[in-house]
Design a protein around this ligand. Structure first.
Ligand SMILES: [Zn+2]
Length: 124
């Protein structure tokens, strides 16, 4: 009589022992280890997502502009939600205001031009 071979979970419990549970169909892991690995992957992806903004110090107007572009790109690609984008944009606005008061924002001439443009947009 021939017995069917069931693939076993490939997860290592320690350096010498493998999980002996049967692997789920089309995966290398049993249900619990497959779930555990998915959870870890999501955690790592989330950490990576959070790190992208921290990696760019907001030291001048150009870096704030770059961060703004990244937020827009991530919002449009669905990597971040509207709520999270709103929170980040709020902080970018604070950073921009702080840079302006520290004299590292856009030059006064550019700022006046931006204010004029904003006033034109609001009046139309
Ligand atoms: Zn397992």
């Amino acid at each position: 009589m021939k017995t069917a071979t069931v693939p076993l979970c490939q997860h290592w419990m320690d350096n010498t022992t493998r999980c002996a549970s049967p692997a789920m169909r089309l995966t290398q892991y049993c249900y619990s280890h497959h779930r555990e690995r998915s959870r870890q992957r999501r955690k790592i992806a989330e950490r990576t997502r959070q790190r992208w903004l921290e990696s760019a110090p907001l030291k001048d107007a150009a870096s704030v502009q770059r961060a703004l572009m990244q937020v827009i790109t991530r919002l449009l690609s669905g990597n971040i939600g509207h709520k999270q984008a709103g929170q980040i944009l709020d902080k970018l606005q604070t950073a921009s205001l702080n840079l302006n008061s520290a004299g590292r924002g856009p030059r006064k001439k550019e700022r006046k031009k931006n204010e004029r443009r904003k006033a034109d947009d609001e009046s139309s």
